[in-house]
Design a binder for this molecule. Structure first.
Ligand code: ZN
Length: 363
């Protein structure tokens, strides 16, 4: 389900289209084609493509602001309900987060104002459709204003919610601020969801579900990050584990999967140095194709590697980016520990969160 082809690259940032976005464009084209003919299908696709180009520009507002603070910005993902920029990290400095959050809506307002100014500031007209260039530009102009305003709603993870979070975080600490902003986001999502349901607005309902899930996972991650402050990878890692050999057949890894309670295995070469990682899903998939396939072909070679002395909050960031495992290695490349969400959660269960801010280094 993670199939998202890259369509463009600007500097270090890759723009990807989520598969559901292509499905959405196809649906627009087909329903217009069947309902109103070829011309309507073409103008519909042109309109939505231009609208999403505006969304990409909005995202690049965030990205250019983030780069100013030295934050790397590897990816923009386009979903039918909007864009998501992946930043390597959020600056801890609340003021920087506010600038990054506001830069996107600012771009949307600018695009809207420029388009509407070029047309002589016409009133919004939802019935104008988009069958002429003038009509398309009119709709785009107003939609960019709406997009900018909508994103300023104080509902985390939308831009206004990030501003709210940064303001709260500067007073109440990162974890509490995020939790409150996330609760506000969930409340707004529930209102959206109800309005969407009652009015039969499918897109609004979709946005509500998206905001609700994103707000929940952001709150969880913030709690996890604050709980891990001051701890190192060594506090979390599994130190008794089996590795599989890079040249062994996948069936040997499958045997280890059954024999042990591990679901993630470091893959090592003849000298015991780390070459990659093999998770249960990959083992199962490879077994269905060819049990004699060498582990080297089935493994993931981009598993994040850390040292046992690394800060633990980095683990949260990696695992949140849906990596199945993080492997801790000694300086000579030998794996000495494995970390998964599961054992991070286990750690949290046996060490109930005390006041994590007590561990936060001064300043
Ligand atoms: Zn935004």
């Amino acid at each position: 389900m993670s199939w998202s082809p890259a369509i463009a690259r600007f500097g270090e940032t890759v723009v990807r289209l989520h598969w559901s976005f292509l499905l959405f464009l196809t649906w627009i084209a087909l329903s217009a084609l069947l309902g109103a003919g070829m011309a309507a299908a073409i103008s519909g696709v042109v309109f939505f493509s231009l609208l999403f180009a505006c969304v990409v520009l909005h995202e690049f507002g965030h990205i250019l602001a983030a780069r100013r603070y030295g934050v790397r910005t590897p990816e923009v993902l386009l979903l039918p309900i909007g864009g998501v920029s992946r930043l390597e990290r959020m600056p801890e400095e609340p003021r920087q987060e506010i600038v990054i959050a506001l830069a996107g809506p600012l771009v949307s307002f600018l695009i809207g104002l420029v388009l509407l100014a070029a047309l002589g500031f016409p009133a919004p007209d939802p019935t104008a459709g988009f069958d002429s260039l003038g009509a398309i530009l009119l709709q785009l102009g107003w939609l960019n204003i709406v997009l900018g305003a909508f994103n300023l709603l104080p509902a985390f993870p939308m831009d206004g919610g990030r501003v709210l979070r940064a303001v709260l975080a500067s007073r109440l600490g990162h974890a509490r601020g995020t939790r409150l902003a996330a609760n506000a986001g969930q409340a707004v999502a529930i209102v959206f969801g109800m309005v969407g349901l009652l009015s039969g607005n499918f897109i609004l309902l979709l946005i509500a579900v998206f905001i609700f899930l994103a707000a929940s996972s952001e709150a969880g991650a913030a709690q996890m990050r604050s709980a891990t402050l001051g701890l190192t990878v060594a506090d979390f890692m599994i130190t008794e584990f089996e590795s599989v050999h890079v040249d062994a057949p996948v069936s040997a890894a499958a045997e280890a999967l059954i024999r042990t309670s591990q679901k993630e295995f470091p893959v090592v070469d003849g000298q015991g140095r780390l070459r990659g990682g093999l998770a249960r899903d990959a083992i199962v998939k490879a077994m269905h194709r060819d049990p004699s396939m060498p582990v080297a072909e089935a493994m993931a070679s981009d598993i994040p590697v850390v040292t046992p002395q690394h800060n633990a909050d980095e683990l949260v960031r990696y695992l949140q980016a849906s990596q199945p495992m993080v492997i801790a290695c000694r300086a000579d490349g030998h794996p000495v520990g494995v970390v998964t969400w599961e054992n991070m959660l286990e750690y949290m269960m046996v060490h109930p969160v005390q006041d994590a801010s007590a561990r936060r280094p001064a300043g």
